[in-house]
Design a protein around this ligand. Sequence first.
Ligand code: IMP
Ligand code: MG
Length: 174
Amino acid sequence: MGMAEGYRVLLSEEALRARVKEMGARIARDYAGRRPVLVGVLKGSFVFMADLVRAIDLPLEVDFIGITSYEGTESTGVVRITQDLARSVEGKDVLLVEDIVDTGLSMRYLLDNLATRHPASVKVCALLEKPSRARVTVPIDYRGFAIEDVFVVGYGLDHDGTGRNLPFVGVPVR
Ligand code: IMP
Ligand code: MG
């Protein structure tokens, strides 16, 4: 039995590829003449990040920040940094790269945390957003897809640690 067994495809590999290309082109246009630091939020963003950076035709830097905010499938609102940035972002144009903005609590925490480090600018790029789940408002400058309130797995997103390597975004079917 293959790993894709047991999932309904919500966003196909092709749909993801096309959208990520568009997002990269827009980011390249908006940041022309600058050298942004793309900060991937671990772990969920690592697949999206890998594709996104190759769609941005600009010199850029990559860093990662690890946070944990989740127990099972419900956000607790309690966020903890598990791995900090490798380099200072003071004076830099930071683009936060997230897999999904659900309640918005993680992104709110990250935005507040980053603001204390005095970057030149901070913007948010999220592959997915669940607008119906928002508990706090966070500005999403680049958004891949808005999805319904359903738990999704794949393309970096996990369910209790597995499913990150699925090439599509899918919904577990039980
Ligand atoms: P928030 O703080 O509620 O916005 O949660 C954001 C984080 O929860 C994301 O970065 C994901 O790691 C995780 N998350 C939220 N929804 C899903 C989902 O449908 N599948 C997998 N992870 C999710
Ligand atoms: Mg995440």
